[in-house]
Design a protein around this ligand. Structure first.
Ligand code: NAP
Length: 296
């Protein structure tokens, strides 16, 4: 069993990573943002030297796209410079690093699933800062996985974006409105954070270091995702496709965000379910409580 440090442990993905790691019997180190701030080099070094993890899983990021655009200095401080420092420290201590990245390194022009050999072309500050972070990890740490994920939803709230995830938002609107309108021209693979957490732990058992795509299988538009959620909820109102431009975005972002888990597949490590199965499990199971984990 390993000593695993989870950075961003209180976040949407971090909570599920901790739950799955505890379930697998690993011992957990979960520094808060105040205890380990990726924007503060000293705190990274101090935490790793003190806690001596075997494996570090970094789910922390500044990833609210508008905020990154407004404050590129801070976005690069957290997503690139801090991540580079973390990778260097892992290398120094011979700890394995799993660093979580994003589909937003791509521009979406390809219109077919992106695999790990496709050339990134980010459209915004967030994507650029994450791409630079990926490169820093791969350059500085030999035993590192850079794992691109996409379209996350989990039972814990996404802290940087605040409030509800898309599933919860649809369920709330369903209780309030006779009509719901959702965009149909943005394609993604919605991915349950619990599935990613399981996938990361499977990956950690391997030596398939390098760049890895890890999303659920299949793809859909936000409208199709909403259709599935609302059908499961027995919504009696009308779900309609939004008109083009009805929900304008302030920052450019890719309209096609589907990743191909080619490296996982090639190594026989892909445990990601279809997005519809991930959603059904999310709606059926509810959050894992501390009690569930302690009683294992
Ligand atoms: N959400 C998505 O749809 C999505 C899509 C693709 C990729 N991703 C990537 O997936 C990862 C996890 O996302 P998430 O939704 O779980 O995020 P989240 O809920 O916002 O959680 C992020 C966590 O990181 C911590 N954190 C933020 N800045 C930090 C810093 N400077 N130093 C240390 N800790 C810091 C936060 O702590 P505080 O809240 O206390 O500040 C929080 O616990 C991120 O790397 C993100 O780029 C997310």
């Amino acid at each position: 069993m390993a000593r695993i440090m989870v950075i961003g442990a209180a976040g949407q993905l971090g909570v599920d990573v901790c739950a799955q790691a505890a379930r697998a019997g690993h011992s957990l180190i979960t520094p808060s943002h105040a205890e380990l701030d990726l924007a503060q080099e000293d705190s990274i070094v101090a935490a790793l030297e003190r806690d001596q993890p075997d494996l570090v899983i970094n789910t922390a990021a500044m990833h609210q796209v508008e905020r990154c655009e407004a404050d590129p200095r801070q976005a690069f401080a957290v997503n690139t410079i801090g991540v580079r420092r973390l990778a260097m420290q892992c290398q120094r201590q011979q700890a394995v690093l799993i660093h979580v990245s994003t589909d937003y390194v791509f521009d979406g022009a390809k219109q077919s699933p992106y695999d790990e050999t496709d050339t990134p072309r980010p459209l915004n500050v967030y994507g650029n800062s994450k791409l630079a972070g990926e490169n820093a990890v791969l350059a500085e740490c030999e035993q590192a996985f850079v794992v691109r994920v996409s379209g996350l939803y989990g039972h814990s709230p996404c802290r940087d974006k605040g409030g509800m995830n898309f599933v919860q938002r649809m369920l709330t609107l369903a209780a309030e409105r006779p009509e719901i309108r959702v965009v149909d021209d943005e394609i993604l693979t919605p991915t349950h954070t619990r599935d990613i957490a399981r996938q990361l732990l499977v990956l950690a058992q391997s030596r398939a270091y390098g760049l890895v795509h890890a999303t659920a299988q299949g793809q859909c538009s936000w409208y199709q995702f909403a259709q599935h959620i609302l059908r499961a909820a027995g919504y009696q109102g009308q779900l309609n496709k939004a008109d083009p431009g009805e929900f304008p975005a302030k920052v450019r972002r890719p309209k096609y965000c589907v990743l191909d888990n080619q490296v996982l597949g090639r190594n026989g490590l892909d445990v990601m379910p279809h997005w519809r199965d991930g959603l059904d499990a999310y709606l059926r199971d509810g959050p894992e409580t501390e009690h569930d984990i302690r009683s294992l």
